[in-house]
Design a protein around this ligand. Structure first.
Ligand code: ADP
Length: 550
């Protein structure tokens, strides 16, 4: 029958091990730098596969509670390769979410880092963890863990053959599982099949994705518990690149050292990571000459970050994605006909979330479900579909119903699309401020307010308002010694310079620190709880609405 073999991860590992047996895999660990090659990696992964198979985990879920390192990478191929499902757990989540996730996934085995053993012990609940028959510590020694049975990783894989007979698997076989952080309600599981991971890897490898070549040295700083580190470890293996894993909680100094010492050419992480690195690089004498490009995503990257890395000759590439989209959906490459455009146009395009990667389709709809024009102005919710976009949540028909329309995923992101097809995220559906029937982008207001030099951070929330339904309020962390009243007036002017008057926040409130979620995003739910109803008194400004609501 025509059609070829199913799309699975196995050929990526096979190719790397056979074409690039000497290519290095490097990891920063508590004990220093660990270094081996693809040949050894493939042997150890085969031994891990033998151990998982022997432990009866084929067809089961295998959890990891780990940072980014070589052993975690071995599970990326070892678990899916035997026909198990790799469930990466975010150790930064609150205990009750971890309990919920482990119980929901019914993990049969948990890999845990020594440095995270205490956190796991705090989250451990015998009633939620009933499915877990074994804990494997990702190191040579086993710290005190008040539950068991526990073994160390090296003993777990010891004695197994390096020529494991990898099974032929269907492309539909569940290979991965990751829960979204659940800023609203309970965490929701997203399953990745072998085919989804294969398709996502191949899309990353196109010039319109985040392609990785065999002379690249790639450092995923984005955690491996977060949507497979954006799929980078699979793309790096497919491309035959050198891997550099930054280990537990890397500081900017650690990242800079790895870049210099290992010759990193490409790295991926959230904006805060690159903001920290840029500051460090500007204050210290760091050689970034090998670094060619940095991928940034997970939240909108500010303009100053693009300009900062431009000064160092590093191309910051903006990408957008979600747990539900495996995750990469758009990447802000410049279209060839924009390469000669003026500097402002080029940076404006790079600042958007980018162009949809080949293989996906999207549409943008307003409140009534009508498609909005691609004019860079009209707002609407982004819907996407494609081979690596999920069409349901794991065991949650209730949540699936509200998030999908047939095979279209409702992303919950409010975007504009310009005439060139660049998608720009302006807000989340749950954060956008609805004033007098019109939408105000909380993110755009935040970005504008944060350009004031005396504003360290700012978040904008919608608070209930009798006349306008909702009005924006800015919660700011002022610089030391700044006068809030003066700051508020100056920020209001900044907003007025760019947006209509009715976008100006009704109030500017002081906060010590903006609360964040486990994935590092502003926790607006908590802000709304704290500042919600009492924040705005009286009427909105006279010109506070377009077409004056009534
Ligand atoms: P969660 O939805 O639980 O926060 P995800 O990691 O799945 O976790 O987050 C996906 C969301 O992150 C997207 O829907 C979008 O709102 C935001 N996001 C991702 N990348 C970007 C980006 N480059 N710019 C702006 N927002 C982004």
């Amino acid at each position: 029958m025509p059609g070829g073999t199913p799309q699975t991860l196995r050929p990526f590992l096979w190719r790397a091990a056979n074409l690039y047996p000497d290519r290095e895999v490097v990891a920063r660990t508590a004990g220093g730098i660990t270094r081996y090659d693809y040949g050894e990696m493939a042997d150890r992964t085969a031994r891990l596969a033998g151990a998982l198979d022997d432990a009866g985990l084929v067809g089961e879920r295998v959890g990891t509670f780990c940072w980014n390192h070589h052993r975690h990478f071995e599970t990326y191929f070892g678990a899916p390769g035997v026909g198990a499902q790799l469930h990466t757990i975010n150790p930064l989540l609150p205990d009750e979410h971890i309990q919920y996730i482990v119980e929901d996934a019914a993990d049969g085995l948990l890999f845990v880092d020594p440095s995270l053993a205490e956190k796991l012990a705090s989250a451990y609940d015998p009633d939620a963890f009933t499915s877990v028959e074994q804990f494997v510590v990702m190191g040579e020694s086993v710290p005190e863990i008040p539950f068991g049975p526990v073994t160390d990783y090296e003993s777990f894989i010891e004695g197994y053959a390096t020529d494991y007979d990898w099974p032929s698997l269907s492309g539909d076989r569940p290979a991965g599982l990751c829960y979204t952080s659940g800023t609203t309600g309970k965490p929701k599981g997203v399953e990745y099949t072998q085919r989804m991971l294969w398709a996502h890897t191949m899309a990353l490898q196109t010039p319109q994705g985040i392609p990785v070549a065999d002379d690249d040295v790639v450092m995923p700083v984005v955690p491996m518990f977060h949507v497979n580190a954006w799929g980078m470890p699979y793309a790096m293996t497919a491309g035959g690149a050198k891997h550099v894993y930054p280990g537990p909680a890397p500081e900017p100094a650690d990242l800079a050292a790895l870049i210099e010492e290992e010759g990193v050419t490409l790295a991926a992480g959230v904006p805060t990571v690159w903001i920290g690195l840029l500051e460090y690089v500007e204050d210290n004498d760091i050689d970034l000459s090998t670094l060619d490009r940095l991928v940034v995503g997970g939240a909108a990257a500010p303009r100053s970050l693009f300009e900062g890395f431009d000064r160092h000759g590093v191309d910051l590439v903006h990408a957008w994605g979600m747990t539900e989209t495996s995750p990469v959906g758009t990447v802000a490459h410049l279209k060839s006909d924009l390469e000669d455009a003026d500097a402002e146009t080029r940076i404006e395009k790079r600042l958007t979330q980018g162009l949809v990667v080949p293989g996906l389709e999207f549409r943008v709809v307003d409140d009534e479900g009508t498609e909005v024009p691609w004019d860079g102005e009209a707002f609407g919710e982004l819907l996407v579909r494609g081979p690596w976009v999920t069409t349901e949540y794991f065991a949650r028909p209730d949540a699936s119903e509200e998030s999908f329309e047939g095979d279209w995923l409702r992303t919950g992101d409010i975007v504009t699309v310009d005439g060139d097809g660049y998608v720009k995220v302006v807000d989340r559906t749950k954060d956008v401020v609805k004033s007098g029937g019109e939408w105000i982008s909380s993110q755009e207001l935040e970005n504008t307010v944060m350009t004031h030099e005396d504003v360290i951070e700012a978040a904008v929330i919608g608070v209930p308002h009798e006349r306008w339904q909702e009005r924006p309020v800015a919660v700011v962390v002022p610089a030391e010694g700044a006068d809030l009243e003066t700051l508020a007036a100056e920020c209001a002017d900044l907003v007025r310079a760019e947006y209509p008057d009715w976008w100006v926040p009704d109030d500017f409130l002081r906060i010590e620190e903006i609360p964040r979620t486990a994935t590092g995003k502003f926790d607006k739910k908590r802000l709304r709880e704290r500042f919600g109803a009492d924040a705005v008194e009286g009427e909105a400004p006279a010109e506070a609405a377009p077409e004056a609501a009534e």
